[in-house]
Design a protein around this ligand. Structure first.
Ligand SMILES: [Zn+2]
Length: 110
């Protein structure tokens, strides 16, 4: 069963809901707004993306984000999620802001 889903065919964008609670979009054909693009093994059932994905949101963005503190305090809105997806498994790096850092787990089916 699929673990990532094609979201935008023209950009080669794949989508998945990460176990730490975020929606991630990975561009494989056309670079994203941050000019980042990844290699993909083409297998939605056992995906491998290279290199790692390093995503920051809310208070973890490098520029000083001003916003509603209550909104920013929600881990879904303000996070640092850094991971590598290899053969259907997601390995969270040690600099993640959430409790799954340093863990490697099977990606859930989508
Ligand atoms: Zn995440």
């Amino acid at each position: 069963m699929a673990k990532v889903k094609l979201y935008d065919k023209d950009h080669g964008t794949y989508y998945f809901r990460c176990p730490a609670g975020h929606d991630h979009y990975i561009n494989t054909i056309v670079p994203n707004q941050q000019n980042a693009q990844w290699g993909f093994n083409g297998d939605v059932n056992n995906p491998t993306f290279t290199p790692s994905i390093n995503e920051k949101a809310g208070r973890f963005v490098d520029v000083n984000v001003k916003g509603n503190e209550e909104w920013l305090s929600n881990p879904e809105n303000s996070y640092h999620c850094h991971f590598i997806i290899t053969n259907g498994k997601i390995k969270f790096c040690g600099d993640c802001s959430h409790e799954l850092k340093n863990l490697t787990i099977e990606l859930p089916e989508i």
